[in-house]
Structures are given as C-alpha cells and as structure tokens.
Write a protein that binds this ligand. Sequence first.
Ligand code: PA5
Length: 439
Amino acid sequence: MNNVIINTDNLRSFLCEEELTAMHKEVLAAKHTLMSGDGAGQDFLGWLDLPKDVQASEISSIKKDVERLAGKAELFVVIGIGGSYLGARAVIEALQSEFAYMESGRRFPIVVYAGHTLSEDYYHQLLQILDKRDYAVAVISKSGTTTEPAVAFRIIKGHLEKKYGKEEAADRIIAITDARRGALHDISKQEGYKTYVIPDNVGGRFSVLTPVGLLPIAMSGYDIDRLLQGANDMRSICMNNDGLEDNPALMYATIRNIFYKKGRKVEILENFVPQLKYFSEWWKQLYGESEGKDGKGILPHSLSFTTDLHSMGQYVQDGERIMFETVISVASPSHQVAIPDDEQNLDGINYLLGKSLTEINRNAELGTVMAHRDGGVPVLRIEIPKVDEYVLGQMIYFFEFACGVSGYVLKVNPFDQPGVEAYKKNMFRLLGKPGYTDK
Ligand code: PA5
C-alpha cells in the first residue's frame, strides 16, 4: 500500500494542465531510460532492486552482530562520510528519542558518528567519552581511501586497541567496504575484521539499504525487515505505475522539473517534526550530488518548522521568489502529551485546551502553507501517516526513484559525483600527499 501521498493543491495555481502533460511525457521517457538501464551511469543501478535482492543470510548476519555487540557496547561508533553515513543517521534520528543520549539502561547501543569531520575538538570530545564507555565500531567506506574516515579510523582503532587489547578490539570492529580493493579492504583482511560488502553497482548516496545503513540501524534496535518491506512495496509502486496519480515518484519528479524550468532554482524540503532533520540532510546529498552538475540542477535546501519560521520564515514569505517548497506532512505522532488546564490563563492559551499538540502543529503547517502560497511560493505536500520503519523505507525508495528520473529529465548522469574530487586534489597538494605536490 502507498503511504506516500503527493498533495498538489497548493501549487496548482502556479502551473497549467499543458505543462503537467508535457512534463509527464518527459518523466515517462526518463523512467524508461532508468528502468531499461541504458542511460548515463548505468553501472550504478543496483539500488533499483536492492530491497528485493538483499540476501536473507546478510540480514541474519547483521542481526547476529547486533546480538554479539549490543550487550557489551553502550556506544556504537559509525565512521563514514557522505553516503557512507547520512542514510543510517537519517533513519536512526527519525526513530529514536531526541534525548536518547540521556537515557540509562538501554538495551541497544547509542550510535555516535565519526569520520564526517576533521575537527580536532570533535575527536578530543569523542575520545573523552570513549575513555569512559564501552563501545564497538563500524568503519564504512566504499572506496576505502576517503581521508576523513581513514583519519578517524586510525585514531579510534588506536584507542580501541589500547582500551581492550588487539584481539578484543578486532572483535569489536566491523568494516563495510568494497569486496576486492581499497585500503580499508586490505586492513580488514590483515586484522581479521568482520566485513560486509558494498555492492559495486550501488553508489554511496544510494546505499542506505545495504549494510552501510542496515547495520547501524539494526544496532540501534530498529526493525530492518520492516524498512526493507516498505522500500520493496514502494519499488513495486514506482516501477509498475505510469500515471501521475498512481506513482508518487513520477508526480514529484514532474512537479519539481516544471518549477525548475520556470526559474525556481531552489527546492526547500521542510518538516514540522524535528526528528526528520537528518532525513533532510540525506535528501540534500541525494539530490545535490545527483543533479548539481554541468552547470545545472535544483539547489536543495532544508528547513525545520516551526523552529525556522522564526528565522528563515521571513525570507520564504517575502524574499526573492526563486524557490518552491516540499513539505513532509506527518499525520500522527507516536506519543501524546496533554496541555494542562490553568484557570488563571495568564499566558492566554486556554483557547487551545482540548486540542492535541499535533492538531496545533497541523494548523501551524496549514497556516504556513497558505501564507507561503499566497506570498508567491508553490508548495508541494508529501503526506505520510507516521514516522516508522515501514514508512521510512517507502520514503527512501520514493525519493531515490524520483531522483534517478529527475536526473535523466535534466540530462545529467545522476549517478556520478566528479565535482567532489576538486577539493580533495587541492587539499592533498596543500598537505603534501605523495603524487600531488607537483600538481
Ligand atoms: O555519494 C557518494 O558517493 C559520496 O558521498 C561518498 O559516499 C562519500 O564521498 C564517501 O565515500 P566512501 O564511501 O568511498 O568513503
């Protein structure tokens, strides 16, 4: 069943039926290119079938690792950057308590992150915590040669070996990398680490449904079978439907490409529940790295409301009309909190009594959507029933499929990222890396 409903009510006045029909045709051609595997980047289409192809033996091995490590690790350090960390973080932070770090007596470890920064203070702070807590590590790098996770792994491996001894440390490390090559592959072989493979035909930002995402998500105690089930059901919906009303990915790709053509160069992904903040970070990488090339591409931006209504709301309402908005609208919370009655009503909010916080938040959302629409910004709403593993699985596959289609509409290769190399070459030259100093 489709849990991702696209609501176009607040953008219809910004486009006409002819534009929809014309872009629908382009999007269908792009879908055909994607599914026939004869477009640019065709060697990186493994993600299309991931939710159905994932091996039962791999899932069971991940669950065994969770059993083996959960009892002896309060923290699970996930070392990775970009596509090798954002998907796991998006799902974990969507599902866990904002205050998970302060809970005691947890059954599953708290995931903490490394390898996504070169900040010295960050590693100092992390090591101070790792001195006091039991932990295990997942080191994730497809290439196995990315500088940030390599530096982090060297620091943390040294700490782990000092804390537990070499043998126990090796037992607490899991490496997720290429099947055949790369420094991480070689280190893992030499040290005898448990390893998982990132398939050759799956790029970093499309890898959340491989062990890259599945292991950290399972280690946090979440249901990876439901996540994959959601993704697999959305796979059927995306692959088997060509109508805009039956296929949310095609509708989304159609709308965003119409607005891009009309000069809306910025898309703002918005949520009204803070636990989706990292989902937006994952989405920004997915779309930014897939489309931002050859001088083209929508600039993906994100905001968390109502928080950011008190900072960026002014710009969206009244600034340059360069954007359209995509609101992720969650129907039901997982928990309820009552607003207490107060006879004195000094704060003047007794008029809210009897309404749930979710109802108040929903009205903030509707009020915002109307205001922005009336201020000249088209607003697309993605309506989901709740935030759980199944719905997140659907959302992941929906956004990935729409991204592949959108990239082909834009006539770029959605599956490469040549631009990411530019800063690395300069950094290596500046740092005197062998082979780069004369460049
Ligand atoms: O999407 C991508 O390909 C990138 O963001 C990579 O995931 C990121 O650069 C990390 O690469 P690697 O996994 O090779 O360390």
